[in-house]
Design a protein around this ligand. Structure first.
Ligand code: TYM
Length: 331
């Protein structure tokens, strides 16, 4: 059977990169697959401390905000098992098991590791930064998921995951794990920073003006769009080679309005028109989400959903881990 799994770090409020790369495609899937298809979405709070500890209250709030955001965007906890990673300790056990099948040198070659380790002094790099992809692989394999919808930036992690599933099966002469397939949409799988279109929109770098979060106020959206990088050619053309910044804004508008760039009458616009149209479209798209989030943020519903789904996820994990422990020789 097809089992869909994806994870998202509790960075607080998701940005438009998370939204278009992951959340929107997930919701489209959720609303179109056969009812009864297993769909699991994990708020990966253990991953959130891979760069070092956070204050406990902050981590708790980030998890709550991310969960409330996902529901506000349309994740339906009746159809998607929306759970908190740390509620399923089995994942960490499998992560340890996978560590036996992986080398440090391969982990150290991953681009995300290479990039993030630069934030630390030599000798100060946390172990979690290196082993992060093992935990991610364990997320997916604990549930024997077959299909992993993610944005483009997760491709290397997904390759590693496939390799680990294969290595496990081979080492232990079993076919326990399906080799999970990456599912990435063809357009809008990589949303770029508003300040530096060479980079992806990201929570952890680029500064607050480089990203729009899904609960940003109308004023904040307008300000960030106005200050987004463009150029001084005045008119608007789509030309990724020579006008990456302007093309980036057109791509974003295309994602927000679900209209191909070619179908926009952008030839009559100034770059300022483009920015104002973009701000207007984003605000219109996000307004209902913002409102739902305000209702949910401080209700008890979020914690209730997490507790219930956590239990359901644990049940599946326990069944699978029993089998895995036996194969490994722990049982
Ligand atoms: P995270 O939390 O950074 O991002 C969550 C999802 O959002 C996508 N995404 C983007 N898509 C397009 N453009 C962007 N600028 C952009 N930024 C983020 C990501 O591709 C992702 O789909 N390691 C994962 C979380 C994870 C996971 C998993 C994913 C943990 N375990 C198991 C899948 C399966 C991460 O850090 O995503």
């Amino acid at each position: 059977p097809t089992i869909y799994f994806t994870g998202i770090q509790p960075t607080g409020i998701p940005h438009l990169g998370n939204f278009f790369g992951s959340i929107e495609p997930w919701i489209e899937l959720q609303n179109t697959v056969d009812p009864g298809t297993q769909m699991m979405l994990s708020v990966v709070d253990q991953h959130a401390i891979s760069l070092g500890p956070l204050p406990a209250a902050q981590l708790r709030q980030n998890t709550r905000q991310m969960t409330a955001s996902l529901i506000s965007c349309g994740v339906d906890p009746k159809r998607t098992l929306l759970f908190r990673q740390s509620d399923v300790p089995h994942i960490a056990q499998l992560s340890w098991i996978l560590g036996a099948l992986q080398t440090t040198s391969k982990l150290a070659r991953l681009p995300q590791y290479k990039e993030k380790q630069e934030r630390f002094k030599k000798g100060d790099i946390p172990v979690g930064l290196l082993t992060y992809p093992l935990l991610q692989a364990a997320d997916v394999l604990t549930f024997k998921a077959t299909t992993v919808p993610v944005g483009e930036d997760q491709s290397q992690h997904l390759n590693l995951l496939g390799g680990l599933a294969y290595a496990f099966n081979k080492t232990y002469e079993t076919d326990i794990f399906p080799i999970p397939k990456q599912l990435t949409r063809e357009t809008h799988a990589r949303i770029r920073s508003l300040r530096d279109p060479e980079k992806k929109m990201s929570k952890s770098s680029g500064g607050a003006r480089s990203r729009i979060e899904i609960t940003d106020s109308r004023d904040a959206i307008i300000e960030k769009c106005q200050k987004a990088q463009s150029d001084n050619l005045g008119t608007v053309t789509y030309d990724k080679e020579n006008r990456l910044a302007v093309s980036n804004l057109l791509d974003l508008l295309s994602a927000v309005t679900r209209t191909p760039v070619a179908e926009m009458d952008s030839s009559t616009w100034s770059t300022l028109d483009l920015k104002m149209n973009l701000a207007e479209a984003i605000d219109k798209r996000l307004a209902p989400i913002r409102q739902k989030f305000e209702e949910l943020e401080n209700s008890d519903e979020v914690e209730k959903i997490l507790l219930e789904s956590g239990e359901a996820a644990r049940e599946i994990a326990e069944k699978n881990l029993k089998e895995i422990r036996r194969v490994v020789g722990f049982l």
